[in-house]
Design a protein around this ligand. Structure first.
Ligand SMILES: [Zn+2]
Ligand SMILES: [Zn+2]
Length: 261
């Protein structure tokens, strides 16, 4: 499969990715990518004083936007670069977050709901759990995020490691997929998860997405520049989509006038 656009790319600033920003750009060009979106884990204000260790720190935010902005101009002939963030939706502080992040030249956001409710509660989506309450909260967070109209797509929508009965899972994931479909928000098949044999991309989730009729995108979730060399994982994700009869969108359109700077 021709893979020409990736909107899910991290940088070393989040603390768990490797390489220089420039290396991601050069490796992407080498791999034939024409559109590269950076979407590092968003810097975020926490009024509670919580320290979040898995994201760009607020003191590094300017550097992130500056560095990617410079590369965007420098490499404009070879590749289209977009500056975004991946972020969770925390209902109590989303407005505060939006006020903060929209001061930067932000072009798009993707939703990566790693934690549920408030990050301070450390309710990690990927921890095995049979709690139906957690399942419903996760789904509600994502649907509320979709309804803000601010997310380009949903990264690893199948990150929730729910180990309970199938019926509530099917009910909640149908609700999630339907909300995404109604809003025209695609769902991601996560290349990193495929590559590392994580619980996602999940067959049981994408069976539901196929029933609902969601569009999908392949997101590299690059935490290292050399992932763009691994063509096998692209073919694997494409085969996964095909197996489920899912429609892959090769390119996405950036939202217009995303922030009111
Ligand atoms: Zn990450
Ligand atoms: Zn990510």
């Amino acid at each position: 499969m021709k893979y020409t656009a990736n909107y899910h790319t991290h940088t070393y600033r989040c603390g768990h990715a490797r390489g220089e920003d420039r290396q991601y750009v050069e490796e992407a060009i080498q791999a034939g990518i024409k559109t590269l979106g950076f979407s590092d884990h968003a810097p975020m204000p926490f009024p509670s004083g919580h320290h979040s260790g898995h994201r760009v720190q607020m003191e590094d935010a300017y550097d992130y936007f500056y560095s990617i902005g410079e590369l965007k101009r420098e490499y404009a002939r070879d590749i289209t670069i977009h500056i975004g963030v991946e972020t969770e939706f925390y209902p109590d502080t989303f407005d505060l977050f939006w006020d903060y992040i929209s001061q930067f030249p932000l072009e798009y956001m993707i939703l990566g709901q790693h934690f549920i409710g408030r990050e301070e509660d450390f309710l990690y989506s990927g921890s095995p759990s049979s709690s139906e309450e957690k399942l419903v909260k996760f789904t509600n967070n994502i649907i509320d995020a979709i309804h803000t109209g601010k997310f380009l797509y949903i990264a690893h929508p199948d990150i929730l490691n729910y180990t309970g009965d199938y019926e509530p899972y099917h009910r909640e994931m149908t609700r999630l997929c339907q909300a995404a479909k109604d809003a025209g928000v695609p769902l991601e098949i996560n290349r990193l998860g495929y590559f590392e044999h994580r619980i996602y991309p999940s067959d049981r989730f994408f069976e539901i997405a196929a029933q609902v009729g969601n569009d999908v995108v392949i997101g590299s979730d690059a935490h290292s520049p050399d992932v763009f060399r691994d063509h096998a994982s692209i073919e694997g994700c494409a085969a996964f989509a095909k197996k489920h009869g899912l429609n892959i969108l090769p390119e996405l359109t950036m939202p217009k006038e995303f922030t009111k700077r």
